[in-house]
Design a protein around this ligand. Structure first.
Ligand SMILES: [Zn+2]
Length: 436
């Protein structure tokens, strides 16, 4: 397949763009690309912008079932209100939630989704498998995780005792789910939830398991000032010092949020090669603050973007996060703190680096043919000579076409293998069931 007459934004090391370019896909990979006319005639993109498929580095798909709750709460109060509702999820509702979340993301140009699933109510099974099935049916890549919580209220944790699991059961299930990995389509991460819901022993043993099995490691960290107070009280240290204590400061780890990092923490992340999932909308929604992303990038830290769960970012749109990352960086550091292309890089190449996926995130020969095509002839881009910057500044947008591994997932702004209305209908049935 050859795509011609598009503005190709490669996101390679040099930031190469072909303003009138072409790209050839073969066997699910980018075969070649260049400027001007293609070697043979191809499909005419009429000047549309082509970017790598976006990479989401932090999400909780099940939370599509519980939007617009605890509307004025901070993180801890929000969690306390939602834990009991989430205790009702099962395989059926998880599947409906995953289809909705993944469909929303695909329609925002997102081809790879990391899902941090950490709620496993007793007696349920098949939750992670349900997400993997939903991703497979839609045609997107998933990085699923066996998350966990084993520190309940009676032991000083935040979640209710009824929602925490036995440590050995968590580790055994993680070992089992590691077997789901599938050649670039399904990747499994080990992801205990947070310092305030997981025991020190489970943090340590999770790292041991991940390293033994060659899996990546993820957790929430330094999201709010309340979390700092909590770490101080429970462990007598900061969240980053706690990560050091449990053996997590290494290149196979990335953490969500990292809003409250000191300058020394930023240097530590750089030196120890720890990555960050920046989730600007969720952080604003919960009043948590704004992560020091300019400082992290200047220090050389890997940073990607996450929508976070749709209970704290009701819009599961990764392109919106690209724009939001730009805006909050400028709100924090002034107009030169981030360019439109820097922001787009966070959502593509940055995310791939965070997930340790050098096969994704840029359009170069040999990389996976995951690409998003954005129309430039709509009302919102009139007058924008720089269509790439115009797209970012005027986001979000429904993607016109999304290819994952060279296959169409979205075509003419519609899902190819699924029916959006049917997904929405089923999802509402499951959300109502959860409320009962
Ligand atoms: Zn989260």
């Amino acid at each position: 397949m050859i795509l011609a007459n598009g503005w190709i934004v490669t996101m390679d090391d040099a930031g190469t763009e072909h303003e009138r370019g072409w790209l050839r896909v073969e066997d699910g990979l980018v075969a070649e690309l260049g400027s001007g006319d293609p070697p043979e005639p191809g499909e005419d993109l009429h000047g549309a912008v082509v970017t790598p498929g976006l990479v989401n580095t932090h999400h909780h798909l099940y939370q599509t079932l519980t939007r617009a709750r605890a509307q004025e709460a901070n993180l801890f109060d929000w969690l306390r209100e939602l834990y009991p509702v989430w205790a009702g999820i099962d395989e059926e509702s998880e599947y409906a939630a995953a289809r909705t979340g993944l469909a929303e993301l695909a329609l925002s140009g997102c081809s790879t989704v990391f899902d941090h699933h950490y709620v496993f109510p007793r007696g349920t099974s098949g939750l992670v498998e349900a997400e993997v099935r939903a991703a497979h049916e839609l045609g997107v890549r998933i990085v699923a995780s066996r998350g966990s919580m084993d520190l309940g209220e009676s032991d000083g944790g935040l979640p209710p005792d009824s929602l925490v699991e036995d440590l050995d059961a968590v580790l055994a299930d993680t070992e089992r789910l590691a077997g789901l990995q599938d050649d670039g389509w399904v990747q499994i991460a080990v992801a205990p939830c947070s310092p305030f819901s997981v025991t020190t022993r489970l943090m340590e043993e999770s790292a041991e398991l991940a390293r033994r099995r060659g899996l990546v490691l993820h957790t929430h960290l330094a999201e709010t000032v309340e979390e700092h107070g909590y770490c101080r009280e429970l462990y007598n240290c900061t969240p980053v010092e706690y990560l050091e204590r449990v053996g997590w400061l290494d290149g196979d780890v990335w953490c969500a949020h990292c809003v409250h990092l000191s300058d020394a923490d930023v240097r530590t992340f750089a030196e120890r090669r720890v990555g960050v999932a920046h989730c600007p909308t969720s952080n604003l929604r919960l009043g948590a603050g704004v992560a020091p992303v300019r400082d992290l990038l200047d220090a050389g830290v890997r940073v990607g973007l996450g929508v976070d769960g749709t209970a704290s970012n009701e819009r599961g749109d990764l392109f919106l996060e690209v724009k939001q990352a730009l805006l909050v960086a400028r709100g924090r550091g002034g107009g030169k703190a981030m360019t439109a292309r820097d922001a787009l890089r966070l959502g593509t190449r940055g995310g791939a680096a965070v997930l340790k996926r050098d096969d994704l995130g840029s359009l170069e020969p040999g990389k996976r043919a995951d690409l998003a095509v954005w129309r430039t002839d709509g009302l919102e881009l009139g007058g924008a000579d720089d269509a790439v910057a115009g797209l970012v500044f005027s986001g979000p947008h429904r993607v016109d076409r999304l290819l994952v591994g060279g296959e169409d997932v979205v075509r003419d702004g519609r899902l190819v293998t699924a029916d959006e209305e049917e997904i929405a209908r089923e999802h509402r049935i499951q959300a109502r069931r959860l409320d009962r």
